[in-house]
Write a protein that binds this ligand. Structure first.
Ligand code: MG
Length: 380
């Protein structure tokens, strides 16, 4: 399988490299793209021996070219799109963070390259456009997100589905009070009980915005109305998600929490191989499994996402933009955790929704929402 990784130095990207290292005969690496983490990229170039590497800045591109003269080195957003458009690829993994994923994903689809998609923002922003283009080009979108990977494995006949059940660990504040959440520090918020992930998604997991983004992602991936998507808090993160059928039967996908398994599944689909995961699942070791309803008073971002998803148009992209910028502001100590919700809600309420938007309209509203979010600081 000839593949490329966009975002190879992030949390998902590094775990994908671990998966690939365990199956060296199966994969042939065409390109890797890794921001500006040059040390990690150097290591990956030696391990994976790619033909092309893409970095963020021209300066780092020149540096790498000097060190690896045989390597084709690209940079910037244009470099990412060139890598994603390369028809040598049979599949690409898009594991860049935030809105950077949208254009390269569309470029891969237009070139009929299957996409293992770890970047949920792509579907939150422009799910209608992305899925329609994928259908038109006969391209598979294979979800890396563990919940959606689980649903993908549990889905047989979509016509007979009653509902999708997306599980949520509940994050670090599941048992805390609203006041605890309002006064949470960055450090507490980054301490996720189950999953070790990048900073942005870890904050989103603490506010449950991540689950909201996943609901929108599921709506697009599986063409399911919002009324048929349920979020269930499951603190052990053993059941990764489930599908209920019209006859009352429920099929769930289970396993110990590990991103290696869903990453490998999207890279080897439709086949399964012994790979990096060596533990066998053990129901007895897993012990009890608990389930509860999400607390929307404590985690109102989940409500925002359902609202944005149901209204559609440019609103999900605007919500995503405001949330992403607000998360950065929180990480930089500029606002409190609760203000991520308040600011995102405000930006959404001021937005004049555009239904059936073009990609240009989505990107324009994304930009406006980001500027407005940053301006909230000036008004404080
Ligand atoms: Mg997830």
């Amino acid at each position: 399988m000839k593949i490329s990784i966009l975002g190879s130095t992030g949390s998902i990207g590094r775990q994908a490299v671990e998966v690939i290292q365990k199956m060296p005969d199966y994969f042939d690496i065409v390109s890797i793209c890794g921001g500006d983490n040059i040390d990690e990229l150097r290591k990956q170039i030696k391990i994976l021996n790619p033909e092309n590497v893409c970095v963020k800045s021209q300066q780092n591109a020149l540096l790498l070219k000097k060190e690896f003269p045989k390597l084709n080195v690209l940079y910037g957003d244009e470099g990412l799109i060139e890598v994603a458009s390369d028809k040598t690829n049979e599949r690409i993994l898009v594991s860049v963070s935030g809105k950077t994923g949208l254009k390269p994903t569309l470029a891969a689809i237009e070139n009929k390259i299957d996409v293992a998609l770890a970047n949920k923002e792509t579907l939150v922003m422009a799910g209608d456009i992305v899925m329609a283009k994928a259908k038109e080009n006969g391209v598979k979108i294979l979800p890396v997100d563990s919940e959606h990977g689980a649903i993908h494995q549990c889905l047989s006949n979509r016509e007979e589905v009653e509902k999708l059940i997306i599980t949520a660990s509940g994050g670090p504040f599941r048992n805390k009070t609203i006041d605890d959440i309002k006064n949470a520090t960055v450090e507490e918020t980054l301490h996720h009980p189950r999953w070790n992930m990048g900073k942005k998604i870890t904050i989103d997991s603490a506010t449950l915005m991540n689950k909201g983004l996943e609901v929108i992602e599921a709506h697009h991936l599986f063409n399911m109305p919002y009324e048929k998507i349920q979020v269930v808090v499951h603190p052990q993160s053993i059941v990764h998600s489930a599908v209920e059928y019209v006859d009352g039967s429920v099929i769930a996908q289970l396993g110990f929490p590990s991103m290696h398994i869903p990453i490998q599944y999207t890279l080897t689909y439709p086949h399964r191989y012994e790979g990096i995961e060596t533990r066998n699942f053990d129901f007895i070791k897993a012990g009890r499994l608990d389930f509860e309803a999400p607390d929307l008073e404590k985690f109102p971002c989940l409500k925002l996402a359902f609202e944005a998803g149901k209204q559609g148009g440019t609103l999900p992209a605007v919500m995503n933009a405001a949330n992403e910028e607000a998360v950065f502001m929180f990480l930089n100590g500029k606002i409190s955790l609760w203000e991520i919700y308040e600011i995102t809600k405000k930006i959404m309420s001021e937005h004049n929704n555009i239904l059936n938007p073009s990609l240009e309209q989505i990107l324009e509203q994304d930009k406006i929402a980001r500027e407005k979010t940053k301006n909230q600081l000036l008004n404080k």
